[in-house]
Design a protein around this ligand. Structure first.
Ligand code: HEC
Ligand code: HEC
Length: 259
């Protein structure tokens, strides 16, 4: 039932799909290919109905056809063997199709009320990435290599994906990653990610307060004090920060070692 709805909804896009693909494929007897190995979709589903679905897979995951199908980059699609099940990603995609049907057909169907239900599609989770990992987790994993590697990974992904909705590049992601790293005792990496966040949003009490806490735990009282003072620069009436500053500076003046 769900695939019928999907088919009708995407049928409008079929024309567009054919026009676009027609530009890539040569006038060949193999194009369009004969559809002969459908196991999830109805066996009699036509090529022109299948195409917009395939294009939604490619866009949803940010990949080309050959991610799932046997064929060479740069070669015309007419030379591809679309029926082959050789690639693991095609088999995984079938698992995903069954999962998406279950989510929409079994689980979401149980919700009562609103008539306009939001349906889950590939892009709902994948958002243009083949492996839908959260940025926070990617950064924590990269920090396992080095603090610099975590920052470099953030910059690379931001450069490539900013504005596409694939990853959340906001302060909250960097703060969450920093918290997780601090929890695991990786203080240098945690500080590096907070610094990176401050490079984008310098006047953030959240990031500066976090930085102060991390520096204090690392024994860098001067750096903690400097971070708190930066908050007072744009928020001079912040009493909590003033109190924190007093606490930090008082023992140091009495010759405390700050550790
Ligand atoms: C994320 C994986 C994925 C991507 C990307 C993808 N496909 Fe598919 N494709 C599949 C799966 C899975 C099937 C089989 C569906 C089924 O069993 O009902 C399939 C089936 C097909 C078939 C039918 C093959 C047959 O003979 O049964 C064609 C044709 C096809 N895809 C073309 C394309 C084209 C063209 C692209 C690029 C625009 C593309 N696909 C991108 C996963 C993918
Ligand atoms: C509910 C969220 C969700 C939806 C919806 C979803 N996926 Fe996935 N998909 C995942 C997750 C999570 C993974 C990684 C699984 C793992 O690492 O074991 C994944 C992995 C994959 C992979 C393996 C690639 C890789 O590098 O891990 C393919 C191919 C794939 N999905 C295709 C699809 C297609 C096609 C659709 C739409 C029909 C889809 N997915 C819909 C969550 C989803």
């Amino acid at each position: 039932m769900s695939s019928v709805r999907l088919r009708s909804r995407l049928a409008i896009l079929a024309v567009l799909g054919l026009v676009l693909l027609g530009g890539v494929a040569p006038a060949s007897a193999q194009w369009p290919p004969e559809v002969k190995n459908l196991q999830h979709f109805p066996k009699d589903m036509e090529f022109r109905e299948l195409m917009p679905v395939m294009r939604s897979f490619a866009f949803g995951l940010g990949v080309r056809c050959q991610f799932c199908h046997v064929g060479e980059e740069g070669q015309p699609l007419a030379t591809f063997d679309f029926a082959s099940d050789e690639k693991d990603n095609k088999k995984k995609a079938r698992v995903m199709l069954a999962m998406v049907d279950a989510i929409n057909g079994e689980h979401l169907a149980k919700l009562e009320g609103d008539s306009e239900r939001v349906r889950v599609e590939c892009v709902t989770c994948h958002r243009g990435a083949a492996h839908p990992e959260q940025l926070r987790d990617i950064l924590v994993a990269a920090a396992g290599e080095s603090p610099d590697a975590a920052v470099a990974r953030y910059r690379e992904l931001r450069e490539e994906f900013y504005g596409q909705g694939t990853y959340n590049f906001s302060e909250s992601t960097l703060m969450q990653a920093a918290e997780a790293l601090a929890e695991a005792g990786q203080m240098d990496a945690a500080v590096a990610l907070v610094d990176e966040s401050l490079a984008h949003t310098p006047e953030s009490a959240w990031a500066l307060g976090t930085l102060a806490g991390l520096e204090q735990r690392r024994g860098n009282v001067d750096a903690a004090v400097a971070a708190l003072k930066r908050i007072l620069d744009f928020d001079p009436d912040n009493e909590r920060v003033r109190q924190q500053l007093d606490k930090l500076t008082a023992p140091a003046e009495e010759g405390g070692d700050g550790s």
